[in-house]
Design a protein around this ligand. Structure first.
Ligand code: HEC
Length: 308
């Protein structure tokens, strides 16, 4: 069977899955062995074939081994990814990973490190050790570190956890309690810190504006609560810099009134900002008043309602 014939017979992945493995796999094998493919992208076609066997939970070991030594490093890395999930079928999984640990491409060694992190600690750690004998780079080294810590049963050190330890502030009483809680909310995965960064300077190149010293933070509290609850999309000017507004800020409706009050009290009193605390009662009031709002708010509309 030629590739076009194979493709015509098994047009879509769904169609493939609806056929029995006993029909598809022999046809696939025949096709792979037919040497019909002399074109330069042969490796990519073989990779697709490997994925098909993987989809049937019958990874073709011969094909896998061939692709682990493919010319293209992306193909080798993809083959390592298949190997990562095939320990129940490929008996020599660990031995193969010992080899790819010395692949000349960091990309492949990185995939190997990830795969090793799923093995039993002793096996996994010995593979990581092999990888570490080769040069590393800024992508591979944190992965090696994390995988090693994981297999040794050590907690992974999180920057966030360290920073949460000591938020300091001249605030007192209730405001200080909110400030501390707010720092924790700010630092959660996927929350403010992810886009506006731990120093509040944002990432202007990625269209994330700063929170340090902006009127959006220090000005109208209603405007600030609204944009936090409903998210923001549209052209915006922050500290004299115009952002085209193609990247949205996510909405945070799922946070409680207390959490929003806390995180906003925090941002209004850190990064050299200075503004009064925001109370849960105020958040509740704005939430109620804007409950019909559907989707992101636009900066221009917000400024019209709350110019200051
Ligand atoms: C997914 C990324 C992302 C997250 C998470 C995020 N923001 Fe934003 N934020 C943005 C973007 C993008 C804009 C600008 C939106 C636009 O262009 O209209 C923005 C704008 C703002 C502004 C108005 C402009 C400024 O810089 O002063 C404030 C205030 C703000 N965010 C606060 C927060 C707070 C508080 C949180 C956490 C509760 C948060 N953001 C979480 C991406 C994010």
């Amino acid at each position: 069977m030629t590739l076009p014939e194979f493709r015509t017979r098994y047009r879509t992945r769904r169609e493939l899955r609806s056929r029995p493995a006993s029909e598809v796999l022999p046809a696939l094998k025949k096709w792979v062995n037919s040497h019909a493919l002399q074109d330069p992208s042969r490796e990519l076609h073989y990779l697709e074939a490997l994925w098909v066997t993987w989809g049937f939970n019958e990874v073709d070991e011969e094909l896998l081994k061939y692709l682990l030594t493919a010319r293209e490093d992306r193909v080798r890395a993809a083959a390592v990814d298949v190997l990562r999930y095939s320990g129940h079928q490929i008996k020599k999984q660990a031995t193969l990973l010992q080899k790819t640990a010395h692949d000349k491409s960091t990309r492949v060694r990185l995939a190997t490190a990830v795969a090793a992190s799923w093995l039993a600690p002793k096996q996994g750690l010995s593979i990581l050790k092999e990888i570490a004998k080769n040069p590393s780079d800024k992508w591979l080294s944190p992965v090696l570190e994390t995988a090693t810590a994981h297999l040794k049963g050590q907690g992974i050190k999180s920057d966030t956890a360290e920073k949460i330890a000591q938020p300091t502030s001249p605030l007192k009483g209730e405001a200080l309690t909110f400030f501390k809680k707010g720092h924790e909310v700010y630092s959660r995965e996927g929350h403010c810190i992810t886009c506006h960064q731990s120093d509040g300077k944002g990432l202007p190149a990625a269209m994330f504006p700063p929170l340090a010293g902006t009127k959006w933070i220090n000005g109208s509290e209603e405007r600030l609560i609204k944009l936090t609850l409903h998210g923001l999309l549209g052209p915006i000017e922050v500290k004299g810099k115009k952002y085209p507004g193609q990247v949205p800020m996510t909405a945070f409706q799922q946070l409680s009134n207390e959490e929003i009050a806390a995180v906003l009290t925090y941002v209004r009193n850190t990064f050299s900002n200075k503004a009064p605390m925001i109370t849960p009662a105020k958040v509740a009031e704005v939430r109620k008043a804007t409950k019909a709002q559907n989707g992101f708010l636009a900066p221009a509309d917000l400024l019209e309602e709350h110019p200051n």
